[in-house]
Design a protein around this ligand. Structure first.
Ligand code: SF4
Length: 520
Protein backbone atom coordinates (compact mmCIF):
# COMPACT_ATOMS: atom_id res chain seq x y z
CA UNK A 1 0.00 0.00 0.00
CA UNK A 2 1.30 3.44 -0.90
CA UNK A 3 1.58 5.74 2.05
CA UNK A 4 -0.87 8.50 1.23
CA UNK A 5 0.78 10.74 3.80
CA UNK A 6 3.64 11.16 1.36
CA UNK A 7 1.50 13.42 -0.81
CA UNK A 8 2.61 16.99 -0.71
CA UNK A 9 -0.73 18.40 0.43
CA UNK A 10 -0.78 16.25 3.57
CA UNK A 11 0.26 19.16 5.77
CA UNK A 12 -1.88 21.76 4.03
CA UNK A 13 -4.52 22.99 6.52
CA UNK A 14 -6.71 24.42 3.73
CA UNK A 15 -7.67 21.08 2.20
CA UNK A 16 -11.33 20.03 2.61
CA UNK A 17 -12.72 17.48 5.04
CA UNK A 18 -12.92 14.72 2.45
CA UNK A 19 -9.22 15.25 1.69
CA UNK A 20 -8.42 14.97 5.38
CA UNK A 21 -10.40 11.73 5.55
CA UNK A 22 -8.57 10.32 2.52
CA UNK A 23 -5.25 10.99 4.26
CA UNK A 24 -6.39 9.02 7.29
CA UNK A 25 -7.55 6.04 5.20
CA UNK A 26 -7.26 5.54 1.47
CA UNK A 27 -10.59 5.05 -0.29
CA UNK A 28 -9.53 1.64 -1.55
CA UNK A 29 -9.02 0.36 1.99
CA UNK A 30 -12.77 0.40 2.47
CA UNK A 31 -13.14 -2.62 0.19
CA UNK A 32 -11.46 -4.83 2.76
CA UNK A 33 -13.43 -3.23 5.59
CA UNK A 34 -16.70 -3.95 3.76
CA UNK A 35 -15.77 -7.60 3.30
CA UNK A 36 -14.19 -8.24 6.71
CA UNK A 37 -16.33 -6.08 8.97
CA UNK A 38 -19.43 -4.32 7.70
CA UNK A 39 -20.90 -7.23 5.74
CA UNK A 40 -20.68 -9.33 8.89
CA UNK A 41 -21.69 -6.72 11.47
CA UNK A 42 -24.45 -5.09 9.43
CA UNK A 43 -25.58 -1.67 8.25
CA UNK A 44 -25.66 -0.05 11.70
CA UNK A 45 -21.97 -0.79 12.22
CA UNK A 46 -20.86 1.36 9.27
CA UNK A 47 -18.89 4.44 10.30
CA UNK A 48 -19.86 7.71 8.65
CA UNK A 49 -16.36 8.40 7.23
CA UNK A 50 -16.24 4.91 5.74
CA UNK A 51 -19.69 5.40 4.20
CA UNK A 52 -18.15 8.27 2.22
CA UNK A 53 -15.36 5.91 1.11
CA UNK A 54 -17.83 3.26 -0.14
CA UNK A 55 -17.69 5.01 -3.53
CA UNK A 56 -14.20 3.59 -4.10
CA UNK A 57 -15.85 0.17 -3.97
CA UNK A 58 -18.37 1.37 -6.56
CA UNK A 59 -21.10 1.46 -3.90
CA UNK A 60 -23.39 4.36 -2.91
CA UNK A 61 -26.09 4.65 -0.27
CA UNK A 62 -29.49 4.57 -1.89
CA UNK A 63 -32.30 6.99 -1.08
CA UNK A 64 -33.82 6.91 1.52
CA UNK A 65 -30.85 5.98 3.67
CA UNK A 66 -32.48 2.87 5.12
CA UNK A 67 -29.82 0.23 4.53
CA UNK A 68 -29.88 -0.22 0.75
CA UNK A 69 -27.13 0.51 -1.73
CA UNK A 70 -26.57 1.15 -5.42
CA UNK A 71 -23.57 -0.33 -7.17
CA UNK A 72 -21.96 0.67 -10.44
CA UNK A 73 -20.02 -1.93 -12.42
CA UNK A 74 -17.26 -0.90 -14.83
CA UNK A 75 -17.85 -1.98 -18.42
CA UNK A 76 -14.67 -0.68 -20.13
CA UNK A 77 -15.51 0.78 -23.53
CA UNK A 78 -18.99 -0.71 -23.03
CA UNK A 79 -18.12 -4.20 -24.25
CA UNK A 80 -19.08 -7.31 -22.28
CA UNK A 81 -19.53 -11.00 -22.95
CA UNK A 82 -22.76 -12.98 -22.62
CA UNK A 83 -21.21 -14.80 -19.66
CA UNK A 84 -20.62 -11.45 -17.95
CA UNK A 85 -24.15 -10.32 -18.83
CA UNK A 86 -25.57 -13.49 -17.24
CA UNK A 87 -23.54 -12.88 -14.10
CA UNK A 88 -24.86 -9.30 -13.92
CA UNK A 89 -28.42 -10.51 -14.47
CA UNK A 90 -27.95 -13.10 -11.71
CA UNK A 91 -26.79 -10.44 -9.25
CA UNK A 92 -29.74 -8.20 -10.11
CA UNK A 93 -32.16 -11.09 -9.70
CA UNK A 94 -30.71 -12.41 -6.43
CA UNK A 95 -29.89 -9.14 -4.70
CA UNK A 96 -31.05 -6.14 -6.74
CA UNK A 97 -34.84 -6.56 -7.05
CA UNK A 98 -34.47 -7.51 -10.67
CA UNK A 99 -33.32 -4.08 -11.92
CA UNK A 100 -30.48 -3.25 -14.30
CA UNK A 101 -29.71 0.28 -15.51
CA UNK A 102 -27.32 1.21 -18.31
CA UNK A 103 -25.66 4.52 -17.36
CA UNK A 104 -24.50 7.40 -19.54
CA UNK A 105 -20.95 6.16 -19.01
CA UNK A 106 -21.68 2.70 -20.37
CA UNK A 107 -21.63 1.17 -16.89
CA UNK A 108 -24.23 -1.14 -15.35
CA UNK A 109 -25.96 -0.02 -12.17
CA UNK A 110 -27.73 -2.12 -9.54
CA UNK A 111 -30.09 -0.97 -6.80
CA UNK A 112 -31.50 -2.38 -3.55
CA UNK A 113 -28.33 -4.16 -2.45
CA UNK A 114 -27.73 -4.79 1.26
CA UNK A 115 -24.33 -4.67 2.92
CA UNK A 116 -24.46 -8.40 3.67
CA UNK A 117 -24.61 -9.23 -0.05
CA UNK A 118 -21.74 -7.03 -1.23
CA UNK A 119 -18.85 -9.52 -0.73
CA UNK A 120 -20.67 -12.17 -2.73
CA UNK A 121 -21.30 -9.62 -5.48
CA UNK A 122 -17.59 -8.70 -5.53
CA UNK A 123 -16.79 -12.41 -5.92
CA UNK A 124 -19.36 -13.00 -8.64
CA UNK A 125 -18.05 -10.02 -10.59
CA UNK A 126 -14.44 -11.13 -10.18
CA UNK A 127 -15.29 -14.63 -11.40
CA UNK A 128 -16.30 -13.21 -14.79
CA UNK A 129 -13.59 -10.56 -15.02
CA UNK A 130 -15.74 -7.59 -13.96
CA UNK A 131 -15.37 -5.13 -11.11
CA UNK A 132 -17.14 -2.28 -9.40
CA UNK A 133 -13.92 -0.98 -7.84
CA UNK A 134 -13.32 2.71 -8.49
CA UNK A 135 -16.47 2.96 -10.60
CA UNK A 136 -17.16 5.92 -8.28
CA UNK A 137 -14.95 7.95 -5.93
CA UNK A 138 -12.04 10.36 -6.42
CA UNK A 139 -10.21 8.06 -8.79
CA UNK A 140 -10.08 6.95 -12.44
CA UNK A 141 -13.60 5.75 -13.24
CA UNK A 142 -14.88 3.48 -16.00
CA UNK A 143 -13.05 4.26 -19.23
CA UNK A 144 -15.71 5.05 -21.81
CA UNK A 145 -15.18 4.52 -25.49
CA UNK A 146 -16.43 2.75 -28.54
CA UNK A 147 -18.81 -0.16 -27.89
CA UNK A 148 -18.15 -1.20 -31.50
CA UNK A 149 -14.37 -1.35 -31.05
CA UNK A 150 -12.91 -4.13 -33.17
CA UNK A 151 -15.89 -4.41 -35.53
CA UNK A 152 -16.54 -0.77 -36.35
CA UNK A 153 -16.33 0.29 -40.01
CA UNK A 154 -15.98 3.86 -38.72
CA UNK A 155 -12.98 3.32 -36.47
CA UNK A 156 -9.40 3.94 -37.54
CA UNK A 157 -7.97 1.40 -35.12
CA UNK A 158 -9.18 -1.15 -32.59
CA UNK A 159 -9.00 0.51 -29.17
CA UNK A 160 -9.80 -2.60 -27.10
CA UNK A 161 -6.17 -3.42 -26.21
CA UNK A 162 -5.49 0.20 -25.23
CA UNK A 163 -8.54 0.42 -22.99
CA UNK A 164 -7.60 -2.90 -21.40
CA UNK A 165 -4.03 -1.71 -20.80
CA UNK A 166 -5.25 1.46 -19.06
CA UNK A 167 -7.86 -0.37 -17.00
CA UNK A 168 -5.23 -2.82 -15.79
CA UNK A 169 -2.85 -0.02 -14.94
CA UNK A 170 -5.19 2.34 -13.12
CA UNK A 171 -7.76 0.18 -11.31
CA UNK A 172 -6.65 -0.49 -7.71
CA UNK A 173 -3.42 1.45 -8.37
CA UNK A 174 -2.76 3.27 -5.11
CA UNK A 175 -0.57 5.85 -6.78
CA UNK A 176 -3.77 7.19 -8.36
CA UNK A 177 -6.52 6.26 -5.91
CA UNK A 178 -6.45 9.65 -4.17
CA UNK A 179 -7.21 12.26 -6.82
CA UNK A 180 -8.77 15.62 -5.95
CA UNK A 181 -12.13 14.52 -7.37
CA UNK A 182 -13.74 12.10 -9.82
CA UNK A 183 -11.70 11.53 -12.98
CA UNK A 184 -13.23 10.40 -16.26
CA UNK A 185 -11.35 9.08 -19.27
CA UNK A 186 -12.56 8.39 -22.80
CA UNK A 187 -10.74 6.51 -25.57
CA UNK A 188 -12.30 6.05 -29.00
CA UNK A 189 -10.98 5.78 -32.53
CA UNK A 190 -14.46 6.07 -34.04
CA UNK A 191 -14.65 9.10 -36.33
CA UNK A 192 -18.06 10.07 -34.92
CA UNK A 193 -16.79 10.70 -31.40
CA UNK A 194 -18.48 7.76 -29.66
CA UNK A 195 -16.53 8.59 -26.50
CA UNK A 196 -18.04 12.10 -26.07
CA UNK A 197 -14.49 13.43 -25.83
CA UNK A 198 -15.31 17.03 -24.93
CA UNK A 199 -17.07 16.19 -21.64
CA UNK A 200 -14.31 14.02 -20.19
CA UNK A 201 -11.39 14.97 -17.96
CA UNK A 202 -9.07 13.22 -20.42
CA UNK A 203 -10.01 12.01 -23.89
CA UNK A 204 -8.27 10.46 -26.87
CA UNK A 205 -9.76 10.99 -30.35
CA UNK A 206 -8.55 9.60 -33.70
CA UNK A 207 -5.83 11.45 -35.59
CA UNK A 208 -3.00 10.83 -38.01
CA UNK A 209 0.42 12.31 -38.55
CA UNK A 210 3.27 11.79 -40.96
CA UNK A 211 6.37 11.04 -38.91
CA UNK A 212 9.69 10.37 -40.66
CA UNK A 213 7.86 9.99 -43.96
CA UNK A 214 5.46 7.41 -42.56
CA UNK A 215 1.78 7.95 -41.86
CA UNK A 216 0.97 7.04 -38.26
CA UNK A 217 -2.57 6.55 -36.92
CA UNK A 218 -2.90 7.65 -33.32
CA UNK A 219 -4.72 10.13 -31.15
CA UNK A 220 -5.24 13.72 -30.25
CA UNK A 221 -5.50 14.48 -26.58
CA UNK A 222 -8.21 16.53 -24.84
CA UNK A 223 -8.17 17.64 -21.21
CA UNK A 224 -10.43 19.42 -18.76
CA UNK A 225 -13.96 18.62 -19.88
CA UNK A 226 -16.77 17.91 -17.44
CA UNK A 227 -20.41 18.71 -16.72
CA UNK A 228 -22.04 19.23 -13.28
CA UNK A 229 -23.10 22.71 -12.16
CA UNK A 230 -20.12 24.42 -13.87
CA UNK A 231 -19.69 22.64 -17.20
CA UNK A 232 -16.55 22.96 -19.31
CA UNK A 233 -15.71 21.62 -22.77
CA UNK A 234 -12.33 19.90 -22.89
CA UNK A 235 -9.44 21.68 -24.61
CA UNK A 236 -7.39 19.95 -27.30
CA UNK A 237 -3.68 19.89 -26.52
CA UNK A 238 -1.06 20.42 -29.19
CA UNK A 239 -0.07 16.78 -28.87
CA UNK A 240 -0.23 13.69 -31.07
CA UNK A 241 0.32 10.32 -29.44
CA UNK A 242 0.88 6.93 -30.98
CA UNK A 243 -1.30 4.06 -29.72
CA UNK A 244 1.61 2.79 -27.61
CA UNK A 245 1.94 6.21 -25.97
CA UNK A 246 -1.65 6.46 -24.70
CA UNK A 247 -0.82 4.93 -21.31
CA UNK A 248 2.16 7.24 -20.87
CA UNK A 249 0.05 10.30 -21.66
CA UNK A 250 -2.76 9.10 -19.36
CA UNK A 251 -0.28 8.62 -16.52
CA UNK A 252 1.12 12.09 -17.21
CA UNK A 253 -2.26 13.85 -17.18
CA UNK A 254 -3.43 11.92 -14.10
CA UNK A 255 -0.18 12.77 -12.31
CA UNK A 256 -0.70 16.48 -12.99
CA UNK A 257 -4.25 16.25 -11.71
CA UNK A 258 -3.14 14.39 -8.59
CA UNK A 259 -0.25 16.72 -7.80
CA UNK A 260 -1.58 20.10 -8.94
CA UNK A 261 -5.38 19.69 -8.83
CA UNK A 262 -7.25 21.74 -6.26
CA UNK A 263 -8.19 20.15 -2.95
CA UNK A 264 -9.71 23.07 -1.08
CA UNK A 265 -13.34 23.01 -2.25
CA UNK A 266 -15.13 19.89 -3.51
CA UNK A 267 -17.01 22.09 -5.98
CA UNK A 268 -13.76 23.42 -7.44
CA UNK A 269 -11.63 20.29 -7.60
CA UNK A 270 -12.21 18.66 -11.01
CA UNK A 271 -9.37 18.77 -13.54
CA UNK A 272 -11.41 21.25 -15.60
CA UNK A 273 -10.64 24.04 -13.12
CA UNK A 274 -6.89 23.45 -13.29
CA UNK A 275 -6.98 23.31 -17.11
CA UNK A 276 -9.06 26.50 -17.26
CA UNK A 277 -6.52 28.29 -15.07
CA UNK A 278 -3.41 26.95 -16.78
CA UNK A 279 -4.65 26.98 -20.37
CA UNK A 280 -3.77 24.31 -22.95
CA UNK A 281 -0.22 25.58 -23.61
CA UNK A 282 0.92 25.53 -20.01
CA UNK A 283 -0.80 22.18 -19.49
CA UNK A 284 1.14 20.72 -22.40
CA UNK A 285 4.37 22.20 -21.06
CA UNK A 286 3.79 20.57 -17.67
CA UNK A 287 2.68 17.31 -19.28
CA UNK A 288 5.91 17.00 -21.25
CA UNK A 289 7.87 17.32 -18.00
CA UNK A 290 6.20 14.05 -16.92
CA UNK A 291 6.01 12.17 -20.22
CA UNK A 292 9.09 13.39 -22.05
CA UNK A 293 8.84 14.57 -25.67
CA UNK A 294 5.63 14.00 -27.64
CA UNK A 295 4.79 14.86 -31.23
CA UNK A 296 2.78 18.00 -31.84
CA UNK A 297 -0.76 17.76 -33.23
CA UNK A 298 -1.41 16.05 -36.57
CA UNK A 299 -4.57 15.78 -38.67
CA UNK A 300 -7.85 15.31 -36.88
CA UNK A 301 -9.83 12.28 -38.14
CA UNK A 302 -13.05 13.04 -36.30
CA UNK A 303 -15.91 13.77 -38.70
CA UNK A 304 -18.71 14.81 -36.39
CA UNK A 305 -20.76 13.44 -33.53
CA UNK A 306 -23.52 10.82 -33.54
CA UNK A 307 -24.21 11.02 -29.81
CA UNK A 308 -23.61 7.32 -29.17
CA UNK A 309 -26.65 6.11 -31.14
CA UNK A 310 -26.36 3.04 -33.39
CA UNK A 311 -29.95 2.00 -34.13
CA UNK A 312 -30.64 -0.55 -36.83
CA UNK A 313 -28.65 -3.31 -38.53
CA UNK A 314 -25.27 -2.24 -39.95
CA UNK A 315 -22.46 -4.06 -41.70
CA UNK A 316 -19.24 -4.32 -39.71
CA UNK A 317 -15.72 -3.84 -40.93
CA UNK A 318 -15.74 -7.63 -41.28
CA UNK A 319 -17.68 -8.12 -44.53
CA UNK A 320 -20.72 -10.37 -44.16
CA UNK A 321 -21.13 -9.61 -40.44
CA UNK A 322 -23.53 -7.12 -38.89
CA UNK A 323 -24.15 -5.38 -35.61
CA UNK A 324 -27.58 -4.45 -34.28
CA UNK A 325 -28.21 -1.22 -32.38
CA UNK A 326 -31.14 -1.70 -30.00
CA UNK A 327 -33.22 0.72 -27.96
CA UNK A 328 -33.51 0.34 -24.18
CA UNK A 329 -35.88 3.14 -23.10
CA UNK A 330 -34.11 5.26 -20.45
CA UNK A 331 -31.58 2.44 -20.06
CA UNK A 332 -33.66 0.31 -17.71
CA UNK A 333 -34.15 -3.45 -17.98
CA UNK A 334 -35.15 -6.39 -15.83
CA UNK A 335 -32.66 -9.13 -15.02
CA UNK A 336 -34.63 -11.49 -17.22
CA UNK A 337 -34.48 -9.13 -20.17
CA UNK A 338 -30.73 -8.70 -19.77
CA UNK A 339 -30.38 -12.47 -19.74
CA UNK A 340 -32.52 -12.69 -22.87
CA UNK A 341 -30.14 -10.23 -24.53
CA UNK A 342 -27.27 -12.55 -23.60
CA UNK A 343 -29.24 -15.41 -25.20
CA UNK A 344 -29.70 -13.42 -28.40
CA UNK A 345 -26.01 -12.46 -28.45
CA UNK A 346 -25.06 -16.13 -28.22
CA UNK A 347 -27.62 -17.46 -30.69
CA UNK A 348 -27.13 -14.81 -33.36
CA UNK A 349 -23.78 -13.14 -32.67
CA UNK A 350 -20.48 -14.08 -31.05
CA UNK A 351 -21.85 -13.51 -27.54
CA UNK A 352 -20.58 -9.96 -27.09
CA UNK A 353 -22.92 -7.14 -26.09
CA UNK A 354 -22.26 -3.40 -26.21
CA UNK A 355 -23.50 -0.78 -23.76
CA UNK A 356 -23.78 2.76 -25.12
CA UNK A 357 -23.53 6.16 -23.45
CA UNK A 358 -26.98 6.80 -24.93
CA UNK A 359 -28.13 4.10 -22.41
CA UNK A 360 -28.85 1.63 -25.22
CA UNK A 361 -27.28 -1.71 -26.19
CA UNK A 362 -25.72 -3.48 -29.18
CA UNK A 363 -25.49 -7.06 -30.32
CA UNK A 364 -22.23 -7.68 -32.21
CA UNK A 365 -21.07 -10.07 -34.92
CA UNK A 366 -24.29 -11.37 -36.50
CA UNK A 367 -23.57 -13.28 -39.75
CA UNK A 368 -25.57 -12.16 -42.79
CA UNK A 369 -27.61 -15.36 -42.96
CA UNK A 370 -28.95 -14.84 -39.42
CA UNK A 371 -29.97 -11.19 -39.74
CA UNK A 372 -33.56 -11.81 -40.91
CA UNK A 373 -34.32 -14.28 -38.15
CA UNK A 374 -32.75 -11.94 -35.58
CA UNK A 375 -34.96 -9.07 -36.69
CA UNK A 376 -38.05 -11.24 -36.31
CA UNK A 377 -37.35 -12.16 -32.69
CA UNK A 378 -40.23 -11.12 -30.46
CA UNK A 379 -37.90 -9.30 -28.05
CA UNK A 380 -36.48 -7.22 -30.91
CA UNK A 381 -39.85 -6.43 -32.47
CA UNK A 382 -41.61 -5.47 -29.24
CA UNK A 383 -39.05 -4.47 -26.61
CA UNK A 384 -35.51 -3.68 -27.73
CA UNK A 385 -36.43 -2.04 -31.01
CA UNK A 386 -34.09 -1.50 -33.92
CA UNK A 387 -35.93 1.68 -34.91
CA UNK A 388 -37.64 3.11 -31.84
CA UNK A 389 -40.08 5.99 -31.95
CA UNK A 390 -38.56 9.46 -32.24
CA UNK A 391 -38.77 10.58 -28.65
CA UNK A 392 -38.57 7.34 -26.67
CA UNK A 393 -35.57 6.40 -28.81
CA UNK A 394 -33.61 9.52 -27.91
CA UNK A 395 -34.61 10.00 -24.27
CA UNK A 396 -31.89 9.81 -21.62
CA UNK A 397 -32.42 10.04 -17.88
CA UNK A 398 -30.41 9.99 -14.68
CA UNK A 399 -31.51 8.09 -11.56
CA UNK A 400 -33.54 10.82 -9.80
CA UNK A 401 -35.34 10.68 -6.43
CA UNK A 402 -36.23 7.04 -6.88
CA UNK A 403 -32.76 6.11 -5.59
CA UNK A 404 -30.45 9.15 -5.61
CA UNK A 405 -29.85 11.11 -2.42
CA UNK A 406 -28.92 14.29 -4.27
CA UNK A 407 -32.01 14.37 -6.46
CA UNK A 408 -34.59 17.13 -6.26
CA UNK A 409 -37.21 15.44 -8.48
CA UNK A 410 -38.14 12.04 -9.93
CA UNK A 411 -36.70 11.51 -13.41
CA UNK A 412 -36.52 7.97 -14.80
CA UNK A 413 -40.17 6.99 -15.08
CA UNK A 414 -41.11 10.62 -15.71
CA UNK A 415 -38.74 10.78 -18.71
CA UNK A 416 -40.14 7.54 -20.08
CA UNK A 417 -43.75 8.74 -19.75
CA UNK A 418 -42.87 12.15 -21.20
CA UNK A 419 -41.15 10.61 -24.23
CA UNK A 420 -44.17 8.34 -24.84
CA UNK A 421 -46.45 11.38 -24.60
CA UNK A 422 -44.35 13.26 -27.14
CA UNK A 423 -44.39 10.28 -29.49
CA UNK A 424 -48.20 10.49 -29.39
CA UNK A 425 -48.55 14.26 -29.63
CA UNK A 426 -45.44 16.04 -30.98
CA UNK A 427 -44.43 16.20 -34.65
CA UNK A 428 -42.21 13.40 -35.93
CA UNK A 429 -38.95 14.85 -37.26
CA UNK A 430 -36.46 13.66 -39.88
CA UNK A 431 -33.57 14.06 -37.42
CA UNK A 432 -33.26 12.77 -33.86
CA UNK A 433 -34.23 15.14 -31.08
CA UNK A 434 -32.27 14.18 -28.00
CA UNK A 435 -34.03 14.76 -24.68
CA UNK A 436 -32.02 14.47 -21.46
CA UNK A 437 -33.58 14.72 -18.00
CA UNK A 438 -31.60 15.22 -14.77
CA UNK A 439 -32.84 15.43 -11.21
CA UNK A 440 -30.31 18.04 -10.03
CA UNK A 441 -27.47 20.19 -11.37
CA UNK A 442 -24.90 17.38 -11.04
CA UNK A 443 -26.02 16.31 -14.48
CA UNK A 444 -25.32 12.55 -14.50
CA UNK A 445 -27.84 12.45 -17.37
CA UNK A 446 -25.63 14.89 -19.31
CA UNK A 447 -28.31 17.55 -19.63
CA UNK A 448 -25.93 20.13 -21.15
CA UNK A 449 -25.32 18.22 -24.40
CA UNK A 450 -28.98 17.52 -25.19
CA UNK A 451 -31.06 19.14 -27.92
CA UNK A 452 -33.54 19.72 -25.12
CA UNK A 453 -32.21 19.40 -21.59
CA UNK A 454 -34.57 19.21 -18.61
CA UNK A 455 -33.17 19.94 -15.17
CA UNK A 456 -35.30 19.24 -12.11
CA UNK A 457 -36.05 21.91 -9.52
CA UNK A 458 -38.88 22.92 -7.23
CA UNK A 459 -41.30 25.77 -7.69
CA UNK A 460 -43.56 27.44 -5.17
CA UNK A 461 -47.30 27.31 -5.96
CA UNK A 462 -50.42 28.01 -3.96
CA UNK A 463 -50.45 24.28 -3.20
CA UNK A 464 -46.90 24.38 -1.85
CA UNK A 465 -43.63 23.35 -3.48
CA UNK A 466 -44.06 21.16 -6.57
CA UNK A 467 -41.69 19.45 -9.00
CA UNK A 468 -40.66 21.62 -11.93
CA UNK A 469 -38.08 21.78 -14.66
CA UNK A 470 -35.77 24.33 -16.23
CA UNK A 471 -35.60 23.86 -20.01
CA UNK A 472 -32.35 24.23 -21.95
CA UNK A 473 -32.07 24.02 -25.73
CA UNK A 474 -29.43 23.51 -28.38
CA UNK A 475 -26.60 21.43 -26.91
CA UNK A 476 -24.24 19.42 -29.11
CA UNK A 477 -20.71 18.01 -29.28
CA UNK A 478 -18.36 17.74 -32.23
CA UNK A 479 -17.10 20.55 -34.42
CA UNK A 480 -19.80 22.95 -33.17
CA UNK A 481 -19.69 21.76 -29.59
CA UNK A 482 -21.65 23.91 -27.20
CA UNK A 483 -23.77 23.48 -24.12
CA UNK A 484 -27.48 24.12 -24.32
CA UNK A 485 -28.92 27.43 -23.16
CA UNK A 486 -31.60 28.01 -20.55
CA UNK A 487 -35.00 29.31 -21.58
CA UNK A 488 -36.72 31.81 -19.34
CA UNK A 489 -39.20 30.44 -16.85
CA UNK A 490 -39.54 27.23 -14.88
CA UNK A 491 -42.21 24.74 -15.92
CA UNK A 492 -44.25 22.71 -13.45
CA UNK A 493 -43.70 19.02 -14.11
CA UNK A 494 -47.37 18.46 -14.95
CA UNK A 495 -47.15 21.02 -17.75
CA UNK A 496 -43.93 19.70 -19.22
CA UNK A 497 -45.53 17.50 -21.88
CA UNK A 498 -47.77 20.15 -23.46
CA UNK A 499 -45.06 22.82 -23.22
CA UNK A 500 -42.48 20.62 -24.94
CA UNK A 501 -44.96 19.51 -27.61
CA UNK A 502 -45.57 23.18 -28.36
CA UNK A 503 -41.87 24.03 -28.36
CA UNK A 504 -41.09 21.16 -30.71
CA UNK A 505 -44.09 22.13 -32.87
CA UNK A 506 -42.63 25.61 -33.43
CA UNK A 507 -39.23 24.09 -34.23
CA UNK A 508 -40.83 21.63 -36.69
CA UNK A 509 -42.62 24.45 -38.49
CA UNK A 510 -39.70 26.83 -38.75
CA UNK A 511 -36.75 24.53 -39.42
CA UNK A 512 -35.45 23.60 -42.83
CA UNK A 513 -35.53 19.84 -43.52
CA UNK A 514 -32.70 18.01 -41.81
CA UNK A 515 -31.89 20.88 -39.46
CA UNK A 516 -30.95 19.77 -35.94
CA UNK A 517 -31.95 21.67 -32.84
CA UNK A 518 -28.49 23.12 -32.21
CA UNK A 519 -28.49 24.61 -35.75
CA UNK A 520 -31.91 26.22 -35.32
FE1 SF4 B 1 -28.72 12.11 -8.78
FE2 SF4 B 1 -28.44 14.58 -9.69
FE3 SF4 B 1 -26.96 12.60 -10.73
FE4 SF4 B 1 -29.57 12.69 -11.24
S1 SF4 B 1 -28.04 14.22 -11.87
S2 SF4 B 1 -28.42 10.87 -10.61
S3 SF4 B 1 -30.39 13.49 -9.37
S4 SF4 B 1 -26.86 13.37 -8.65
Amino acid sequence: MANVRQWKWADDPTINDMEQAKLVKDGLDVIETIVEKYSKEGYDSIEKTDMDRFKWAGVYQQRPKDGHFMMRVRIPSGILSSQQARALAGIARDYGRDLIDVTTRQAIQFHWLTIETIPDIFERLKAVGLSSFEACGDCPRTIVGNPLAGIDPNEVLDTRPIVKELEQFFVLNRDFSNLPRKYKMSISANVYNTGHAEINDLAFTPAKKTINGEEVIGFHVWVGGGLSAKPYLAQKLDVFCRPDEVLKVAIGVTTLFRDFGYRQKRTHARLKFLVADWGADKFKEELLKVTGPLESRGEDLTQGWKAGYFYGIHEQKQKGFYYAGLSVPVGRMSAQEFEQLADLAERYGDGTIGTCNSQNVLIRNIPADKVDAFQSEELIVNRFKLQPNTYVGYAVSCTGTEYCNLAIVETKERMRRLAEYLDRTAPQLDTPLRLHMVGCPNSCGQRQIADIGLQGALVKTENGMVDAFDIYIGGTLGENARFNKKLNGRIEAEQLGPVLAQLIGVFAEERVPGEAYWQY
